[in-house]
Design a protein around this ligand. Structure first.
Ligand code: AMP
Length: 382
């Protein structure tokens, strides 16, 4: 019997054919994330990889692709419905509320960890993938929003990632959004037969998402649709303008994309996405996020604003290795011990331990270690 890993999953190896699956790069990227998070005052949070299903259905929304098609949900032995986390925002908010962190100074949290979605597996889309993300539980404020973007751009610059494009938009408050959706549906009703099959389903469940459809037949219809921006009130527009001027003052380049809506239900206000420039595939999004001012109270917490984002680590590392910004360096021990007799092996075994106690990386010959064999033949040839 030959065991195989589950479809849509991958192993991260010390060395392999595909550079992006190399554990050293993962460690380096994770270290950079931890370092830049510390610089910006984010504290790490680690939540379980599964939660009661309602945590996700309540936060993400029943009508999203993630909840309706992609969750790994199962019953435990007592018949309780559990779900492997498809994203980490909902779990972070659950933990922030449950542990009473809202009564403390911990308002800027970040996480790194695996997520699970029953997605069609292909490059850039896996069934177990990894996200890093951050949540800032602070009131709606353009300075906070601009700081989050500055954090992301700093992180990517530190990693050396170049070919990216920042897209931003404003979805307005829930009141502004609801008014817009009513008119959008009225307009789309006239074109319903010409919409793609996916958009027909979205028309019922999540009509905003039709705006970011990439299907040719939808694009033309969307072109003539009412514009969300004209439903935004003065206060919202002024706040967005302030946010844009803060990005300008930080020399951060961005593009306003009025069709950017993001897939999850909880976003409102400012939303953003970082895409790989020049990549027209559906997997070109490195990550994104936005404001969710009503989500915390909807999950039983205080009436507090929030902004967050999540990025896929696979796509990030793939981009880094494709841009050849990553030096793959396999480390070797500083000292290699090669015993020439059985008695010497006993001595070297103790020496090995002593060296490691002094923080010197050392390895003792063992015939199964390839490196040792190379070394042996090297020595023999001298
Ligand atoms: P989302 O939570 O859907 O906004 O996704 C945020 C980011 O996570 C995306 O931009 C991707 O980089 C990454 N991501 C989402 N789903 C997958 C997946 N199935 N496989 C790999 N990366 C993913």
């Amino acid at each position: 019997m030959k065991f195989q890993r589950v479809k849509g999953c991958f192993d991260i190896l010390p060395e392999g054919e595909e550079a992006w699956k190399t554990s050293k790069i993962w460690r380096d990227v994770e270290k950079t994330i931890h370092d830049v998070c510390a610089l910006f005052g984010f504290e790490e949070i680690r939540t379980p990889i599964f939660e009661y299903t309602e945590v996700f259905t309540r936060a993400i929304g029943d009508d999203t692709d993630v909840v309706s098609k992609e969750m790994y949900t199962f019953s435990d032995r007592k018949g309780r419905s559990l779900t492997l986390r498809p994203e980490i925002t909902a779990a972070t908010i659950r933990a922030w509320i449950e542990n009473g962190l809202f009564q403390t100074r911990f308002r800027k949290l970040y996480y790194i960890g695996p997520c699970f979605r029953y997605d069609r597996s292909q490059k850039g889309r896996y069934r177990q993938f990894h996200q890093f993300g951050a949540e800032v539980f602070l009131p709606d404020d353009p300075y906070v929003d601009a700081e989050v973007i500055d954090f992301l751009i700093t992180l990517y610059r530190t990693m050396g990632l170049k070919n990216t494009k920042l897209m931003i938009n404003n979805l307005g408050s829930s009141r502004e959004r609801d008014r817009y959706i009513t008119d959008l549906k009225r307009y789309l009703t006239k074109h319903i037969d010409a919409l793609s099959s996916d958009s027909k389903v979205r028309f019922e469940k999540n009509p905003l998402r039709i705006l970011d459809s990439k299907e040719e037949c939808d694009l033309q219809i969307v072109h003539g649709a009412p514009k969300l921006k004209s439903y935004l009130e003065d206060a919202t527009l002024q706040q967005f303008e302030k946010f844009c001027s803060l990005l300008n003052s930080l020399n951060i380049e961005y593009h306003v994309d009025e069709l950017l809506v993001r897939g999850l239900d909880y976003y409102q206000g400012m939303v953003f996405e970082l895409v790989r420039s020049g990549d027209t595939s559906r997997q070109n999004s490195l990550g994104g996020g936005g404001r969710y001012n009503k989500l915390i109270s909807a999950m039983g917490g205080p009436d507090e604003g929030g902004i967050g984002f999540a990025f896929g680590i696979e796509r990030l590392i793939q981009s880094l290795t494709e841009e050849e910004n990553v030096l793959i360096e396999i480390t070797s021990p500083d000292v290699f011990l090669l015993p020439l007799s059985a008695a010497a092996k006993d001595n070297l075994f103790l020496l090995l331990s002593e060296l490691r106690k002094k923080s010197v990386s050392a390895e003792l010959y063992c015939k199964h270690l390839n490196r040792s064999e190379e070394h042996t033949s090297e020595l023999q040839s001298q």
